[in-house]
Design a binder for this molecule. Structure first.
Ligand code: IPE
Ligand code: IPE
Ligand code: MG
Length: 237
């Protein structure tokens, strides 16, 4: 197996961090313990991506559908965001730019403030862009883009026939970034669950039978290796 660094450089990767609850259940622990363990994995894997020279990493942390869960679980997840983002994640030394994807207006005011501060504070970092999708859904993101363009049409500054795919991309939360080359889903599930629907048009889907809290650096290398064996044709031959 070639060193993953040879293949990882320049890649944009999306990760659906799934399987925290099942990991906890297997151990007879509360689901929240799984989220805490998953937060540790998030840090390990984000640093690994940075070390591999990956320019864009997008992690799915909380979906617009995850509000359906018990309040206790949602609160525990939100608390973990605060703790991990505030103290635990060393983006400064690692030169990581942080961006949040999703509708943050629905989140706790203190958490929103922290998110805004992190984005501002890390805006000039050049090592890797880390997108953290929180209260994110691919469909709401597309609706938001449509509304923004419709607004320009209503104001008379844009003609409907002049709307292009590039303009749509520029109105996604990921404006200016490379679309994901592959989307990784641990935990054995084979679905997107509303993740990066616009951006995933030609992403390779790599699914792995490992629960997210058990996911290691070596698993990431395996995923990159698998991606590199795919034949991407983009509709050609
Ligand atoms: C992913 O793990 C974390 C979030 C969705 C916030 P899950 O909590 O979905 O874990 P499973 O799928 O129930 O095992
Ligand atoms: C997707 O996982 C959302 C995140 C990992 C944040 P879910 O566990 O919510 O997805 P489903 O319900 O299995 O589709
Ligand atoms: Mg799940």
């Amino acid at each position: 197996m070639a060193h993953p660094k040879e293949f990882a450089e320049g890649l944009s990767i999306g990760i659906i961090m799934d399987g925290n609850g099942r990991w906890a259940k297997k151990r007879g622990l509360p689901r929240t313990a799984g989220h805490a363990a998953g937060a540790e994995t998030f840090r390990t894997i984000a640093y690994r991506c940075r070390d591999l020279g990956i320019p864009y990493l997008t992690v799915y942390a909380f979906s617009t559908e995850n509000w359906k869960r018990p309040l206790e679980e949602v609160s525990a997840i939100m608390k973990l965001f605060g703790e991990y983002l505030l103290k635990g994640f060393n983006y400064k030394d690692r030169n990581i730019r942080i961006k949040f994807l999703g509708d943050r207006a629905a989140l706790d005011a203190k958490l929103q403030k922290l998110m805004n501060e992190l984005e501002e504070d890390s805006a000039a970092k050049t090592g890797m862009t880390l997108n953290i999708a929180v209260n994110y859904g691919g469909r709401p993101e597309i609706v938001r883009a449509a509304r923004q363009l419709a607004q320009q049409v209503a104001e008379g500054t844009l003609k409907p026939e002049d709307i292009t795919e590039e303009m749509m991309s520029d109105h996604m939360y990921t404006a200016g970034q490379k679309d994901p080359d592959f989307i990784l889903r641990p935990s054995g599930e084979k679905r997107l669950s509303n993740f990066m629907l616009w951006q995933a048009a030609y992403a390779e889907l790599v699914e792995m039978d490992v629960l997210w809290p058990d996911f290691t650096r070596a698993d990431l290398d395996t995923a990159i290796e698998e991606f590199n064996h795919r034949s991407r044709r983009f509709g050609g031959i």
